[in-house]
Write a protein that binds this ligand. Structure first.
Ligand SMILES: C[S@@+](CC[C@H](N)C(=O)[O-])C[C@H]1O[C@@H](n2cnc3c(N)ncnc32)[C@H](O)[C@@H]1O
Length: 230
């Protein structure tokens, strides 16, 4: 585990909240661990988190075979397991939540996949905390919690040529009812913040760390930023 001196705001929040969020986001496997507010969110969110993951996998499939991947904010490893099934040789997953990472490790062990799946705990916005060297980095539902300073620290920690990240597109503000609901969720749950970016704003930070030729893909109502070949 990396040395975590002072935990970031996103890390502090997610350490406490992740179990309930995952239980409600992936409700088809049972919602017992979700608090009442997250259960209510499921009513509005429906199966959107399944769609977000499935869509990301579809975008990755042409690129992932025999590649190494790091899934940042992997939670209990759901996406990492799917990427192995899709043909990646090795997937690393990292998250701030001790509990979630332990669960992911346990699943990998039960499926005898420890050689292909490696999970660790990292606060990825701690500056100068280099992450695993891989071909592709993924992150779903993670970078929206990073302000510009955290974003720079995160991108500076990456050691990869390609990224595919669920993108907190500024355009989402125009989806007014969804945006309003999000604001209520943020306040009720005391979430530190959700930061939306235009592609230009994000690209300006990302190019400092060598990520160029970025584009936003809008598919199945989700946005992803990537530099994977077209
Ligand atoms: C909304 S959840 C998404 C989980 C998973 N990627 C998914 O789509 O199901 C956000 C995840 O990012 C992780 N996370 C947030 N801030 C982080 C940080 N600073 N370092 C590492 N992980 C972080 C949380 O612990 C949580 O697992």
């Amino acid at each position: 585990m990396n040395q975590i001196n002072q935990k970031s705001e996103s890390a502090k929040y997610w350490e406490e909240h992740l179990e309930s969020w995952e239980a409600s986001a992936y409700f088809k496997e049972g919602q017992q661990k979700a608090n009442w507010w997250d259960r209510l969110s499921t009513v509005f969110r429906g199966d959107a988190m399944y769609v977000r993951m499935q869509t990301a996998l579809e975008l990755l499939k042409p690129h992932i075979k025999d590649k190494t991947v790091l899934d940042v904010g992997c939670a209990s490893g759901r996406f990492a397991f799917q990427m192995i099934e899709a043909g990646a040789t090795k997937v690393f997953g990292t998250d701030i939540s001790n509990e979630a990472v332990n669960l992911a490790k346990q699943r990998a062990k039960e499926l005898n996949l420890q050689n292909q799946l490696e999970f660790s705990i990292t606060d990825v916005v701690q500056a100068n905390t280099p992450l695993q060297q891989v071909d592709i980095v993924t992150a779903l539902g993670v970078i929206e919690y990073f302000d510009a300073k955290d974003m720079a620290a995160f991108l500076g920690n990456l050691r990869t040529k390609y990224i595919l990240l669920d993108f907190p597109d500024l355009g989402r503000k125009k989806e007014f009812p969804t945006w309003m609901l999000r604001q209520v969720y943020i306040r009720v749950n005391k979430l530190p913040g959700v930061y939306l970016y235009s592609l230009d704003e994000f690209a300006k930070i990302a190019e400092l760390f060598g990520f160029t030729n970025l584009r936003v893909i809008n598919k199945n109502q989700f946005y992803y930023v990537t530099n994977l070949p077209e």
